[in-house]
Design a protein around this ligand. Structure first.
Ligand SMILES: [Fe+2]
Length: 465
Protein backbone atom coordinates (compact mmCIF):
# COMPACT_ATOMS: atom_id res chain seq x y z
CA UNK A 1 0.00 0.00 0.00
CA UNK A 2 1.38 3.43 -0.84
CA UNK A 3 1.03 6.34 1.50
CA UNK A 4 -0.90 9.35 0.18
CA UNK A 5 1.46 11.90 -1.36
CA UNK A 6 2.28 14.74 0.99
CA UNK A 7 2.82 18.23 -0.29
CA UNK A 8 6.56 19.03 -0.34
CA UNK A 9 7.91 20.62 2.79
CA UNK A 10 10.61 22.54 0.93
CA UNK A 11 9.46 25.91 -0.25
CA UNK A 12 9.83 26.45 -4.01
CA UNK A 13 11.20 29.89 -3.28
CA UNK A 14 14.30 28.24 -1.86
CA UNK A 15 15.11 27.11 -5.42
CA UNK A 16 14.39 30.55 -6.85
CA UNK A 17 16.43 32.19 -4.11
CA UNK A 18 19.28 29.69 -4.57
CA UNK A 19 19.40 30.28 -8.32
CA UNK A 20 19.24 34.05 -7.89
CA UNK A 21 22.18 34.09 -5.45
CA UNK A 22 24.13 31.60 -7.53
CA UNK A 23 23.56 33.86 -10.52
CA UNK A 24 25.10 36.82 -8.67
CA UNK A 25 28.01 34.73 -7.40
CA UNK A 26 28.67 33.32 -10.88
CA UNK A 27 28.86 36.89 -12.16
CA UNK A 28 31.20 38.04 -9.39
CA UNK A 29 33.60 35.14 -8.69
CA UNK A 30 35.54 32.68 -10.80
CA UNK A 31 34.15 29.15 -11.20
CA UNK A 32 35.33 26.91 -8.36
CA UNK A 33 35.25 29.71 -5.77
CA UNK A 34 34.27 28.26 -2.35
CA UNK A 35 31.20 30.51 -2.14
CA UNK A 36 29.94 29.16 -5.46
CA UNK A 37 30.64 25.58 -4.39
CA UNK A 38 28.76 26.12 -1.11
CA UNK A 39 25.75 27.71 -2.80
CA UNK A 40 25.67 24.97 -5.44
CA UNK A 41 25.62 22.34 -2.71
CA UNK A 42 22.73 24.07 -0.91
CA UNK A 43 20.76 24.37 -4.14
CA UNK A 44 21.45 20.73 -5.05
CA UNK A 45 20.13 19.61 -1.64
CA UNK A 46 16.92 21.59 -1.99
CA UNK A 47 16.34 20.25 -5.49
CA UNK A 48 17.11 16.67 -4.41
CA UNK A 49 14.47 16.95 -1.72
CA UNK A 50 11.91 18.30 -4.18
CA UNK A 51 12.77 15.64 -6.79
CA UNK A 52 12.35 12.93 -4.18
CA UNK A 53 8.74 12.32 -5.17
CA UNK A 54 9.95 11.23 -8.64
CA UNK A 55 8.32 13.89 -10.79
CA UNK A 56 10.06 16.99 -12.21
CA UNK A 57 10.17 20.16 -10.10
CA UNK A 58 7.90 22.68 -11.76
CA UNK A 59 8.07 26.20 -10.36
CA UNK A 60 5.88 28.85 -11.93
CA UNK A 61 5.43 32.49 -11.08
CA UNK A 62 1.87 33.44 -11.84
CA UNK A 63 1.06 37.11 -11.43
CA UNK A 64 3.62 37.54 -8.68
CA UNK A 65 2.82 34.35 -6.73
CA UNK A 66 5.04 31.31 -6.72
CA UNK A 67 3.57 27.88 -7.36
CA UNK A 68 5.26 24.51 -7.01
CA UNK A 69 3.53 21.97 -9.22
CA UNK A 70 0.44 24.13 -9.15
CA UNK A 71 0.41 24.57 -5.36
CA UNK A 72 0.86 28.11 -4.08
CA UNK A 73 3.90 28.82 -1.96
CA UNK A 74 3.10 29.51 1.67
CA UNK A 75 5.97 31.96 2.02
CA UNK A 76 5.41 35.52 3.05
CA UNK A 77 4.63 37.13 -0.27
CA UNK A 78 5.89 40.62 0.41
CA UNK A 79 9.38 39.52 1.44
CA UNK A 80 9.94 37.86 -1.91
CA UNK A 81 8.85 40.66 -4.20
CA UNK A 82 12.39 41.79 -4.93
CA UNK A 83 13.54 38.31 -5.85
CA UNK A 84 10.54 37.73 -8.09
CA UNK A 85 11.00 41.11 -9.75
CA UNK A 86 14.66 40.27 -10.44
CA UNK A 87 13.74 36.97 -12.08
CA UNK A 88 10.84 38.53 -13.96
CA UNK A 89 13.19 41.22 -15.27
CA UNK A 90 15.31 38.41 -16.68
CA UNK A 91 12.23 36.98 -18.35
CA UNK A 92 12.13 33.92 -16.11
CA UNK A 93 8.66 33.01 -14.92
CA UNK A 94 8.99 29.30 -15.04
CA UNK A 95 11.73 26.87 -14.00
CA UNK A 96 11.43 23.15 -14.63
CA UNK A 97 14.06 20.78 -13.24
CA UNK A 98 14.17 17.10 -14.13
CA UNK A 99 15.54 14.02 -12.35
CA UNK A 100 19.21 13.50 -13.14
CA UNK A 101 20.15 17.20 -13.06
CA UNK A 102 23.90 17.68 -12.57
CA UNK A 103 25.70 20.27 -10.51
CA UNK A 104 27.42 21.58 -13.67
CA UNK A 105 24.04 22.21 -15.24
CA UNK A 106 22.87 24.31 -12.28
CA UNK A 107 26.04 26.37 -12.51
CA UNK A 108 25.59 26.72 -16.28
CA UNK A 109 22.00 27.96 -15.72
CA UNK A 110 23.21 30.50 -13.16
CA UNK A 111 25.92 31.73 -15.55
CA UNK A 112 23.39 31.90 -18.36
CA UNK A 113 21.06 34.02 -16.19
CA UNK A 114 23.95 36.35 -15.41
CA UNK A 115 25.00 36.84 -19.01
CA UNK A 116 21.61 36.59 -20.67
CA UNK A 117 20.48 39.32 -22.99
CA UNK A 118 17.68 38.97 -25.49
CA UNK A 119 19.15 37.69 -28.72
CA UNK A 120 17.96 35.83 -31.76
CA UNK A 121 18.41 32.38 -30.23
CA UNK A 122 15.71 31.01 -27.98
CA UNK A 123 16.48 30.38 -24.32
CA UNK A 124 16.16 26.63 -24.98
CA UNK A 125 18.79 26.80 -27.76
CA UNK A 126 21.16 28.81 -25.59
CA UNK A 127 20.79 26.39 -22.67
CA UNK A 128 21.32 23.40 -24.96
CA UNK A 129 24.55 25.02 -26.19
CA UNK A 130 25.72 24.96 -22.54
CA UNK A 131 24.88 21.26 -22.25
CA UNK A 132 21.91 21.93 -19.97
CA UNK A 133 19.36 19.22 -20.62
CA UNK A 134 17.62 18.76 -17.28
CA UNK A 135 16.60 22.39 -16.63
CA UNK A 136 14.30 24.54 -18.73
CA UNK A 137 13.48 28.21 -18.23
CA UNK A 138 10.36 29.78 -19.61
CA UNK A 139 8.79 33.14 -20.05
CA UNK A 140 5.23 31.95 -20.24
CA UNK A 141 3.68 29.31 -18.11
CA UNK A 142 1.67 26.18 -18.60
CA UNK A 143 -2.03 26.91 -18.30
CA UNK A 144 -3.28 27.16 -14.77
CA UNK A 145 -7.01 27.25 -14.19
CA UNK A 146 -6.58 30.10 -11.69
CA UNK A 147 -5.72 32.39 -14.58
CA UNK A 148 -9.24 32.10 -15.83
CA UNK A 149 -10.31 34.03 -12.75
CA UNK A 150 -8.85 37.21 -14.24
CA UNK A 151 -11.16 38.37 -16.99
CA UNK A 152 -10.34 41.59 -18.73
CA UNK A 153 -12.71 43.49 -20.95
CA UNK A 154 -12.02 43.25 -24.69
CA UNK A 155 -12.04 47.00 -25.24
CA UNK A 156 -11.84 50.19 -23.17
CA UNK A 157 -14.75 50.65 -20.79
CA UNK A 158 -16.11 53.85 -19.34
CA UNK A 159 -16.76 57.13 -21.09
CA UNK A 160 -14.54 57.52 -24.15
CA UNK A 161 -13.75 60.44 -26.37
CA UNK A 162 -16.39 60.11 -29.14
CA UNK A 163 -13.85 60.20 -31.99
CA UNK A 164 -11.71 57.58 -30.29
CA UNK A 165 -14.80 55.42 -29.70
CA UNK A 166 -15.73 55.76 -33.36
CA UNK A 167 -12.24 54.84 -34.53
CA UNK A 168 -12.31 51.68 -32.40
CA UNK A 169 -15.69 50.75 -33.86
CA UNK A 170 -14.48 51.32 -37.42
CA UNK A 171 -11.37 49.23 -36.79
CA UNK A 172 -13.49 46.48 -35.25
CA UNK A 173 -15.76 46.29 -38.32
CA UNK A 174 -12.78 46.29 -40.68
CA UNK A 175 -11.01 43.55 -38.73
CA UNK A 176 -14.08 41.38 -38.41
CA UNK A 177 -14.78 41.59 -42.14
CA UNK A 178 -11.17 40.68 -42.96
CA UNK A 179 -11.30 37.78 -40.48
CA UNK A 180 -14.44 36.56 -42.25
CA UNK A 181 -12.45 36.34 -45.51
CA UNK A 182 -13.59 39.60 -47.13
CA UNK A 183 -11.00 41.81 -48.87
CA UNK A 184 -9.57 44.58 -46.72
CA UNK A 185 -11.84 47.63 -46.81
CA UNK A 186 -9.27 50.18 -47.96
CA UNK A 187 -11.78 53.05 -48.11
CA UNK A 188 -12.66 52.64 -44.42
CA UNK A 189 -8.97 52.33 -43.58
CA UNK A 190 -8.32 55.67 -45.31
CA UNK A 191 -11.20 57.34 -43.40
CA UNK A 192 -9.89 55.86 -40.18
CA UNK A 193 -6.40 57.25 -40.82
CA UNK A 194 -7.91 60.73 -41.33
CA UNK A 195 -10.04 60.41 -38.18
CA UNK A 196 -6.98 59.43 -36.14
CA UNK A 197 -4.74 62.20 -37.48
CA UNK A 198 -7.18 65.08 -37.50
CA UNK A 199 -9.51 64.31 -34.59
CA UNK A 200 -8.33 61.65 -32.14
CA UNK A 201 -4.77 63.05 -32.01
CA UNK A 202 -6.23 66.38 -30.89
CA UNK A 203 -8.15 64.89 -27.97
CA UNK A 204 -6.26 64.89 -24.69
CA UNK A 205 -8.78 62.49 -23.19
CA UNK A 206 -8.20 59.98 -26.00
CA UNK A 207 -4.41 60.29 -25.77
CA UNK A 208 -4.65 59.89 -22.00
CA UNK A 209 -6.68 56.74 -22.40
CA UNK A 210 -4.13 55.32 -24.87
CA UNK A 211 -1.01 56.27 -22.91
CA UNK A 212 -2.07 55.30 -19.40
CA UNK A 213 -2.44 51.77 -18.08
CA UNK A 214 -5.18 49.96 -19.99
CA UNK A 215 -7.59 47.83 -18.02
CA UNK A 216 -8.55 45.72 -21.00
CA UNK A 217 -7.06 42.99 -23.07
CA UNK A 218 -5.62 44.69 -26.10
CA UNK A 219 -7.10 42.61 -28.84
CA UNK A 220 -6.01 43.25 -32.37
CA UNK A 221 -8.30 46.07 -33.45
CA UNK A 222 -7.97 48.20 -30.26
CA UNK A 223 -4.27 47.46 -30.16
CA UNK A 224 -3.96 48.57 -33.78
CA UNK A 225 -5.76 51.88 -33.23
CA UNK A 226 -3.57 52.54 -30.19
CA UNK A 227 -0.35 51.60 -32.01
CA UNK A 228 -1.33 53.90 -34.87
CA UNK A 229 -1.81 56.79 -32.41
CA UNK A 230 1.46 56.11 -30.58
CA UNK A 231 3.33 55.84 -33.89
CA UNK A 232 1.83 59.17 -34.89
CA UNK A 233 3.06 60.77 -31.64
CA UNK A 234 6.55 59.40 -32.22
CA UNK A 235 6.54 60.21 -35.95
CA UNK A 236 5.63 63.85 -35.20
CA UNK A 237 8.37 64.04 -32.62
CA UNK A 238 11.06 62.88 -35.05
CA UNK A 239 9.87 65.48 -37.55
CA UNK A 240 8.17 63.43 -40.27
CA UNK A 241 6.22 65.51 -42.79
CA UNK A 242 2.45 65.19 -43.20
CA UNK A 243 2.34 62.70 -46.11
CA UNK A 244 4.88 60.46 -44.34
CA UNK A 245 2.87 60.67 -41.11
CA UNK A 246 -0.25 59.57 -43.00
CA UNK A 247 1.69 56.62 -44.46
CA UNK A 248 3.00 55.78 -40.98
CA UNK A 249 -0.47 55.83 -39.40
CA UNK A 250 -1.82 53.57 -42.15
CA UNK A 251 1.07 51.10 -41.77
CA UNK A 252 0.78 51.10 -37.96
CA UNK A 253 -2.96 50.57 -38.12
CA UNK A 254 -2.49 47.53 -40.34
CA UNK A 255 0.73 46.08 -38.90
CA UNK A 256 -1.06 43.17 -37.20
CA UNK A 257 -3.78 42.58 -39.81
CA UNK A 258 -2.33 39.10 -40.40
CA UNK A 259 -3.69 38.11 -36.97
CA UNK A 260 -7.19 38.14 -38.47
CA UNK A 261 -6.12 34.88 -40.16
CA UNK A 262 -5.13 33.15 -36.93
CA UNK A 263 -7.62 31.49 -34.55
CA UNK A 264 -8.37 33.86 -31.66
CA UNK A 265 -7.82 31.17 -29.04
CA UNK A 266 -4.18 30.95 -30.16
CA UNK A 267 -3.74 34.74 -30.29
CA UNK A 268 -5.09 34.91 -26.72
CA UNK A 269 -3.60 31.69 -25.37
CA UNK A 270 -2.52 32.41 -21.80
CA UNK A 271 0.34 29.95 -21.63
CA UNK A 272 3.41 28.65 -23.32
CA UNK A 273 2.89 28.09 -27.02
CA UNK A 274 4.04 24.86 -28.59
CA UNK A 275 6.17 24.94 -31.73
CA UNK A 276 3.34 24.82 -34.25
CA UNK A 277 1.32 27.47 -32.35
CA UNK A 278 4.35 29.72 -32.22
CA UNK A 279 4.91 29.25 -35.94
CA UNK A 280 1.27 30.14 -36.52
CA UNK A 281 1.53 33.33 -34.43
CA UNK A 282 4.77 34.35 -36.12
CA UNK A 283 3.14 33.88 -39.52
CA UNK A 284 0.91 36.92 -38.84
CA UNK A 285 3.75 39.04 -40.24
CA UNK A 286 3.92 37.29 -43.63
CA UNK A 287 0.14 36.73 -43.78
CA UNK A 288 -0.39 40.43 -43.09
CA UNK A 289 2.08 41.47 -45.77
CA UNK A 290 0.31 39.19 -48.26
CA UNK A 291 -3.12 40.67 -47.49
CA UNK A 292 -1.73 44.18 -47.79
CA UNK A 293 0.12 43.55 -51.07
CA UNK A 294 -3.15 42.29 -52.54
CA UNK A 295 -5.09 45.37 -51.34
CA UNK A 296 -5.06 48.14 -53.90
CA UNK A 297 -4.66 51.76 -52.86
CA UNK A 298 -2.34 51.37 -49.87
CA UNK A 299 1.01 53.06 -49.38
CA UNK A 300 3.86 50.85 -50.69
CA UNK A 301 5.53 50.70 -47.26
CA UNK A 302 2.44 49.34 -45.47
CA UNK A 303 3.16 45.66 -46.31
CA UNK A 304 6.84 46.18 -45.41
CA UNK A 305 5.94 47.34 -41.89
CA UNK A 306 3.61 44.37 -41.39
CA UNK A 307 6.41 42.06 -42.48
CA UNK A 308 9.16 43.65 -40.37
CA UNK A 309 7.58 44.85 -37.14
CA UNK A 310 8.85 41.86 -35.09
CA UNK A 311 12.39 42.18 -36.37
CA UNK A 312 15.04 43.89 -34.28
CA UNK A 313 17.50 46.62 -35.17
CA UNK A 314 20.17 43.89 -35.02
CA UNK A 315 18.43 42.02 -37.83
CA UNK A 316 17.10 39.25 -35.57
CA UNK A 317 13.49 38.31 -34.83
CA UNK A 318 10.92 36.95 -37.24
CA UNK A 319 10.34 36.30 -40.06
CA UNK A 320 13.89 35.33 -41.05
CA UNK A 321 15.00 37.93 -43.59
CA UNK A 322 18.73 37.37 -43.26
CA UNK A 323 20.43 40.25 -41.46
CA UNK A 324 18.24 42.92 -43.06
CA UNK A 325 17.60 45.88 -40.76
CA UNK A 326 13.95 47.01 -40.63
CA UNK A 327 12.88 50.16 -42.46
CA UNK A 328 12.79 53.21 -40.10
CA UNK A 329 8.99 53.21 -40.36
CA UNK A 330 8.91 49.60 -39.13
CA UNK A 331 11.25 50.62 -36.29
CA UNK A 332 8.82 53.35 -35.20
CA UNK A 333 5.91 50.90 -35.23
CA UNK A 334 7.95 48.36 -33.21
CA UNK A 335 8.48 50.93 -30.42
CA UNK A 336 4.79 51.87 -30.35
CA UNK A 337 3.76 48.20 -30.56
CA UNK A 338 5.84 47.16 -27.57
CA UNK A 339 4.71 50.06 -25.38
CA UNK A 340 1.07 49.36 -26.23
CA UNK A 341 1.43 45.65 -25.58
CA UNK A 342 3.05 45.98 -22.18
CA UNK A 343 0.76 48.71 -20.87
CA UNK A 344 -2.27 46.59 -21.82
CA UNK A 345 -3.64 43.63 -19.86
CA UNK A 346 -3.16 40.03 -20.86
CA UNK A 347 -5.15 37.04 -19.71
CA UNK A 348 -2.18 36.01 -17.59
CA UNK A 349 -0.87 39.33 -16.35
CA UNK A 350 -1.97 42.71 -15.12
CA UNK A 351 -1.00 45.70 -17.27
CA UNK A 352 2.37 47.34 -16.66
CA UNK A 353 2.26 51.03 -15.61
CA UNK A 354 3.90 53.52 -18.03
CA UNK A 355 6.87 54.30 -15.77
CA UNK A 356 7.82 50.61 -15.60
CA UNK A 357 7.09 50.19 -19.33
CA UNK A 358 9.61 52.97 -20.07
CA UNK A 359 12.27 51.13 -18.07
CA UNK A 360 11.52 47.84 -19.82
CA UNK A 361 11.84 49.57 -23.20
CA UNK A 362 15.09 51.24 -22.16
CA UNK A 363 16.52 47.75 -21.64
CA UNK A 364 15.49 46.80 -25.18
CA UNK A 365 17.15 49.85 -26.73
CA UNK A 366 20.04 49.03 -29.01
CA UNK A 367 19.19 45.32 -29.07
CA UNK A 368 15.61 45.02 -30.16
CA UNK A 369 14.58 48.64 -30.58
CA UNK A 370 16.24 51.70 -32.05
CA UNK A 371 17.89 53.60 -29.17
CA UNK A 372 17.15 57.07 -30.54
CA UNK A 373 13.50 56.21 -31.09
CA UNK A 374 13.12 54.76 -27.57
CA UNK A 375 14.66 57.92 -26.06
CA UNK A 376 12.41 60.17 -28.10
CA UNK A 377 9.35 58.08 -27.27
CA UNK A 378 10.05 58.05 -23.53
CA UNK A 379 10.72 61.80 -23.60
CA UNK A 380 7.46 62.36 -25.46
CA UNK A 381 5.21 60.35 -23.24
CA UNK A 382 7.40 60.76 -20.12
CA UNK A 383 7.32 58.37 -17.19
CA UNK A 384 3.91 59.60 -16.05
CA UNK A 385 2.04 60.48 -19.24
CA UNK A 386 -1.09 62.60 -19.35
CA UNK A 387 -3.98 60.40 -18.20
CA UNK A 388 -1.97 58.45 -15.60
CA UNK A 389 -3.63 58.01 -12.24
CA UNK A 390 -1.05 58.33 -9.49
CA UNK A 391 -0.73 58.45 -5.72
CA UNK A 392 1.55 61.03 -4.12
CA UNK A 393 3.72 60.62 -1.04
CA UNK A 394 1.03 62.63 0.78
CA UNK A 395 -1.42 59.83 -0.05
CA UNK A 396 -3.36 62.02 -2.48
CA UNK A 397 -4.92 60.50 -5.57
CA UNK A 398 -4.17 62.57 -8.68
CA UNK A 399 -4.49 62.47 -12.42
CA UNK A 400 -1.62 63.71 -14.58
CA UNK A 401 -3.02 66.58 -16.66
CA UNK A 402 0.20 68.13 -17.86
CA UNK A 403 3.67 66.71 -18.27
CA UNK A 404 6.85 68.58 -17.39
CA UNK A 405 9.60 68.17 -19.98
CA UNK A 406 12.33 69.54 -17.72
CA UNK A 407 11.27 67.39 -14.78
CA UNK A 408 9.49 64.33 -16.17
CA UNK A 409 9.00 62.76 -12.72
CA UNK A 410 7.12 65.84 -11.47
CA UNK A 411 4.07 66.49 -13.64
CA UNK A 412 1.05 68.71 -12.95
CA UNK A 413 -1.80 66.81 -11.27
CA UNK A 414 -5.48 67.38 -10.76
CA UNK A 415 -6.31 65.78 -7.43
CA UNK A 416 -9.22 63.34 -7.41
CA UNK A 417 -11.93 63.11 -4.76
CA UNK A 418 -11.74 59.46 -3.74
CA UNK A 419 -15.48 59.21 -3.01
CA UNK A 420 -16.87 60.79 -6.16
CA UNK A 421 -13.90 60.49 -8.57
CA UNK A 422 -14.43 64.16 -9.44
CA UNK A 423 -11.58 66.70 -9.88
CA UNK A 424 -10.80 68.85 -6.83
CA UNK A 425 -7.78 71.13 -7.40
CA UNK A 426 -4.51 71.22 -9.30
CA UNK A 427 -1.07 70.77 -7.82
CA UNK A 428 2.33 71.18 -9.44
CA UNK A 429 4.52 68.35 -8.14
CA UNK A 430 7.65 70.18 -9.31
CA UNK A 431 7.08 72.91 -6.71
CA UNK A 432 9.61 73.07 -3.91
CA UNK A 433 8.93 73.62 -0.22
CA UNK A 434 10.81 76.04 2.06
CA UNK A 435 13.66 73.55 2.54
CA UNK A 436 14.27 73.43 -1.23
CA UNK A 437 13.01 69.85 -1.60
CA UNK A 438 10.00 68.79 -3.63
CA UNK A 439 6.72 69.32 -1.80
CA UNK A 440 5.38 66.15 -3.41
CA UNK A 441 6.65 62.99 -5.09
CA UNK A 442 4.71 60.47 -7.06
CA UNK A 443 4.83 57.21 -5.12
CA UNK A 444 3.07 54.96 -7.57
CA UNK A 445 0.96 54.88 -10.71
CA UNK A 446 -2.38 53.09 -10.63
CA UNK A 447 -4.95 51.79 -13.08
CA UNK A 448 -7.90 54.17 -13.46
CA UNK A 449 -11.10 52.90 -11.78
CA UNK A 450 -14.25 52.47 -13.88
CA UNK A 451 -16.06 55.51 -12.48
CA UNK A 452 -13.31 57.96 -13.42
CA UNK A 453 -14.22 60.04 -16.46
CA UNK A 454 -10.96 61.22 -18.04
CA UNK A 455 -12.85 63.76 -20.12
CA UNK A 456 -13.68 65.76 -16.97
CA UNK A 457 -9.98 66.17 -16.35
CA UNK A 458 -8.31 66.28 -19.71
CA UNK A 459 -10.42 67.90 -22.37
CA UNK A 460 -9.16 71.36 -21.58
CA UNK A 461 -5.73 70.37 -20.28
CA UNK A 462 -2.45 71.03 -22.09
CA UNK A 463 -0.39 68.14 -23.44
CA UNK A 464 3.02 69.29 -22.33
CA UNK A 465 4.69 72.18 -20.64
FE1 LIG B 1 2.60 41.80 -34.38
Amino acid sequence: MTAPQQPPIVDPLAVMRGLASLRKLAGSYPAGHPMITQKLKELEDVIAELLHAGSPVRIDVIRGDVFLDGIASTSEHQANQQLLAQLAALGVDSIHIHEGVQREELLAVAEFLWQYTASGDSVATQLAARNVTHVSLGRLLPLDTRWRAQQWADAPTGPLDPDYAESILMAQHTWEATAAGKPLDVVTVRDLVQLLIYKVARSNAALGQILAVKQYENLTYCHSVNVAMLSLLLGKQVGLDEPTLAALVEAALLHDVGKTQIPLDIVRKPGALDKSERRMIEAHTTLGAEILIQSEGLHPLTPTVALEHHRSVKGTGYPDLGDAIPHPMSQIVSVADIYEAITGARTYQAPTPPDRACLIMARMAGEKLNTGLVKTFVNTITFFPVGSLVRTNRNELGLVVQTNRREPLHPMLTLVDEETYKPTFQVDTSERDSSGGYARHISTSLPAPDGLDLRLFLDSAQQAA
